[in-house]
Design a protein around this ligand. Structure first.
Ligand code: AGP
Length: 632
C-alpha cells in the first residue's frame, strides 16, 4: 500500500504535503514525490508550471530534494510509495506526469498489462514500469479527445481501469482544482477554513483539521479551496462517455478525535493488531489481478516464472526462516497435493551449511517478508551457484532476495510494522497456493475444474477471515483466563497436516511477543514424547478444523484431557465432539480443507496478541527481536 496526499488552499503546499506524507510513511517508504502547481508566477495567457520533485528512499530524501529545488505553489499532490509494480527507482516514483497532468495513486490496476499494450500500440511512450502511469496517459488522452475538465477526463479514464485505486490528479490547465477518486483503496478529505486536504489516511490531516469526510468506493471529487463536489461514478461497460452514470452525493464531515499516534494505527492499540485485522484486505490485494477463474489458472506473468522455466522441474525446495518457514511448510503440502511436484522445506540457516544436493531441475523458492533475511539470502545465493532456478516470494519489491533470484512473486500486504509477522504470513500462504495451482496447471495434473473451484474459494476467503476476526473478544478472554491469570510458563500447540505449520506459527507468535515458552507440535507426535509434559498446569491449544485429520485430533484431545491438560480448541462452527472435551473453544467458519490455514491462524494470532498486551510486553517491538534479521 502507498500513501497519497493532496492540498488546495491559500498556503504554500509543499511543506503541507511533505508533512502529510511523513504521517503516512508507515504505509510505504521506498520512494516519494510531489507535484505542485506554481500559481505564484504565471505569465498572462500561460498555464502555470507544474513542479515535480521525486526521490528514492525514505521521505527525508524528498525533503532534501525539495530544499534543493523548491516547488512554490498552493495546489499540489504527493505520494510515498510501497512498490507493487516496478522497482523502487526515481522513474517509478510518483507523481507520474503525462502532458499537463500529474497523478499519484495507491492501489493495483488489474488490467494494467492490456491497457499498457493498447496505449503503446497507439504510440504512447512509457517512462516507468508502474500501473499508475497508465492512468496519467488515460486522463491525458481524454483531455485531448475533448473532455471539458480534469474531472470529466478522470471519470472517463477511470471507467477504463479495473482494480483498486485512491488517485489524485492535477492539471496545468486547471490550477484551481484537485481531482481525487476512490475504489477499494482508502481516501479521506480534510475540510479546513478556505482549504481542503486529501489523504490516504487520517494521520495526514490531524495537524490541520479534524473535520474529515470518509469517501466511499465509487466516489470522485473535484476539490476547490472553498468547495468540494462529490459524485458517484458508476461504470457500465467499456467506458465510453454514454456508458457512465454520475450522480451527485452529499457526504457530511465527521469530527475525528484520534491522537496522531492513534491515527497512524487507525485507532488500534498496536500495529500488530491493526495488521491482524488488515489480513482480509491484504489477501484481496495479493490475489487481485492474478486469478483467472475463466481458465481456472493464474494469469501468466504473475508468478514471476515462465512455463518453460518449470517444464523440466523435478523438485521444489522451499527456503525460509521463522514465520515464513511455517508458510513454506504449508506451501510444501500444496505444491505436492495440488502441483504434484516433489517438494521439501528447509530452514535457510541450516540449508546453507549442509552442502545440500541441489542443482538443475530444482526450483528453489524462498519465502521472506523483508526480502533481506541474511540466512535466506545466503541460502538462495548458494542454490543459485549450484544451478537451481530461483523464485522469491517477498513483500518488498526490489529487495535483496528477489534481486538475487530469477523471478519474484510479490505479496501485496503493504508495510508490516509489527515485528511479529501476521498479514505477511497469510499473504505468503496465498502466494504459495497460487504457485502450487500454477505448477499443477502447467504439468496438467491439476484439472481446471478443481483449480477454478479452489481459486473461487480463495477469492472468498476474506469473508471467512473477517468472521474469524469476530472471535477477537473470545480470544482476549481465553488469553486472560488460560495464560495470564494462571501465569502460564508453557503452552503446547498441536495440529495435523496443513495445520501442523499453523501450530508452529501459533507457538512462535505466543513466545516472541508474550515471552511464554511455547512449542508447536505435529499432534501425531504427542505419544512420542510431549505427552509427558501434560498436566493440569499445561494449556494445550489444539487446531482442529473440519478436515481429514479431525477424528485423529479428537483422540489427541482425549489423551490430553486424560492427563488433565487444559485444552483450548479451535473448532468448526457448531462442533460438539471436541468442543465438549475442551475448557475453551473458538469456533471458526468452515472453508475448503485445503484452505483452513488462512482461518485457523487468526485466533492463534489474537490469543498471542492479547496475552502479550495483558502482560504488558512491548507488542510491536518485543525484546531482543528485530523486524528484519540482516545478520547471521
Ligand atoms: C515472525 O513473527 C518473526 N518476526 C520472524 O520469525 C520472521 O518471520 C523471520 O525473521 C523471517 O523474516 P522474513 O520473512 O523477512 O525473511
Amino acid at each position: 500500500m502507498c500513501g497519497i496526499v493532496g492540498y488546495i488552499g491559500p498556503r504554500p503546499c509543499a511543506p503541507i504535503l511533505i508533512d502529510g506524507l511523513r504521517k503516512l510513511e508507515y504505509r510505504g517508504y521506498d520512494s516519494a514525490g510531489l507535484a505542485v502547481l506554481d500559481t505564484t508566477q504565471v505569465a498572462v495567457g500561460e498555464a502555470p508550471k507544474l513542479g515535480i520533485v521525486r526521490a528514492v528512499g525514505k521521505l527525508s530524501k524528498l525533503d532534501d530534494a525539495v530544499r534543493e529545488r523548491p516547488v512554490p505553489g498552493n495546489v499540489g499532490i504527493g505520494h510515498t510509495r510501497w512498490a507493487t509494480h516496478g522497482r523502487p527507482t526515481e522513474a517509478n516514483a510518483h507523481p507520474h506526469m503525462v502532458g499537463d497532468v500529474a497523478v499519484v495513486h495507491n492501489g493495483i490496476l488489474e488490467n494494467h498489462v492490456e491497457l499498457r499494450n493498447e496505449l503503446q500500440a497507439q504510440g504512447r511512450k512509457f517512462l516507468s514500469e508502474t500501473d499508475t502511469e497508465i492512468a496519467a496517459h488515460l486522463i491525458d488522452i481524454e483531455l485531448a479527445n475533448g473532455a471539458r475538465s480534469l474531472l470529466e477526463a478522470t471519470k472517463l479514464a477511470l471507467s477504463r481501469v479495473r482494480g483498486a485505486y485512491a488517485i489524485a490528479a492535477v492539471s496545468r490547465k486547471e490550477p484551481d482544482v484537485v481531482v481525487v477518486a476512490k475504489s477499494f483503496s482508502p481516501l479521506v478529505l480534510g475540510i479546513g477554513e478556505g482549504e481542503v486536504f486529501a489523504a490516504s489516511d487520517v494521520p495526514a490531516l490531524l495537524a490541520h483539521t479534524r473535520d474529515v469526510i470518509f469517501l466511499e468506493d465509487g466516489d470522485i471529487c473535484e476539490l476547490r479551496a472553498n468547495a468540494v463536489k462529490i459524485e458517484r461514478l458508476l461504470v457500465h461497460g467499456d467506458g465510453s462517455p454514454e456508458r457512465i452514470t454520475v450522480t451527485p452525493v452529499v457526504r457530511h464531515p465527521k469530527k475525528v478525535d484520534w491522537s496522531p499516534a492513534q491515527a497512524e494505527k487507525q485507532g488500534y492499540k498496536h500495529f500488530m493488531l491493526k495488521e491482524i485485522f488488515e489480513q482480509p484486505t491484504a489477501l484481496e490485494n495479493t490475489l487481485r489481478g492474478r486469478v483467472s477463474l475463466d481458465d481456472g489458472d493464474i494469469n501468466s506473468g504473475e508468478i514471476g516464472l515462465a512455463p518453460e522455466d518449470v517444464k523440466d522441474v523435478k523438485r521444489v525446495i522451499l527456503l525460509a526462516c521463522g514465520t515464513s518457514h511455517h508458510a513454506a511448510i504449508a506451501g510444501r503440502n500444496w505444491i505436492e497435493s495440488l502441483g504434484k511436484v516433489p517438494a521439501t522445506v528447509e530452514l535457510a540457516s541450516e540449508f546453507r551449511y549442509r552442502d545440500a544436493i541441489v542443482g538443475p531441475g530444482d526450483l528453489v523458492v524462498s519465502v521472506s517478508q523483508s526480502g533481506e533475511t541474511a540466512d535466506t539470502l545466503a541460502a538462495v545465493r548458494d542454490a543459485k551457484k549450484r544451478g537451481a532456478k530461483l523464485l522469491a516470494i517477498s513483500n518488498v519489491v526490489g529487495s535483496a532476495i528477489p534481486r538475487a533470484s530469477d523471478g519474484a512473486l510479490y505479496t501485496h500486504a503493504g508495510p508490516e510494522i509489527g515485528v511479529a509477522s501476521t498479514k505477511a504470513f497469510t499473504t505468503q500462504l496465498s502466494a504459495l497456493l497460487m504457485l502450487a495451482v500454477w505448477l499443477g496447471r502447467r504439468n496438467g495434473k491439476l484439472t481446471s475444474e478443481r483449480a477454478r473451484d479452489l481459486l473461487q474459494k480463495a477469492i472468498e476467503l476474506p469473508t471467512a477471515m473477517r468472521e474469524a476476526l469476530d472471535s477477537d473478544g473470545e480470544c482476549e478472554k481465553i488469553a486472560r483466563r488460560q495464560l495470564v491469570q494462571t501465569d502460564a510458563k508453557d503452552c503446547l500447540f498441536l495440529g495435523r497436516g496443513l495445520n501442523h505449520p499453523i501450530a508452529l506459527e501459533g507457538a512462535l507468535k505466543l513466545k516472541e511477543i508474550s515471552y511464554i515458552h511455547a512449542e508447536g507440535y505435529a499432534a501425531g507426535e504427542m505419544k512420542h514424547g510431549p505427552i509427558a509434559l501434560i498436566d493440569a498446569t499445561m494449556p494445550v491449544v489444539v487446531v482442529a478444523p473440519r478436515d481429514a485429520h479431525y477424528e485423529k485430533i479428537a483422540s489427541n484431545v482425549q489423551e490430553v484431557r486424560a492427563r488433565e491438560g487444559r485444552v483450548i480448541a479451535i473448532v468448526p462452527r457448531g462442533d460438539t465432539t471436541i468442543a465438549n472435551m475442551a475448557q475453551d473453544v473458538i469456533e471458526i467458519p468452515d472453508v475448503d480443507p485445503e484452505l483452513t490455514p488462512f482461518i485457523t491462524v487468526i485466533p492463534l494470532q489474537l490469543i498471542a496478541y492479547h496475552t502479550a498486551d495483558l502482560k504488558g510486553t512491548d507488542v510491536d517491538q518485543p525484546r531482543n527481536l528485530a523486524k528484519t534479521v540482516t545478520v547471521e
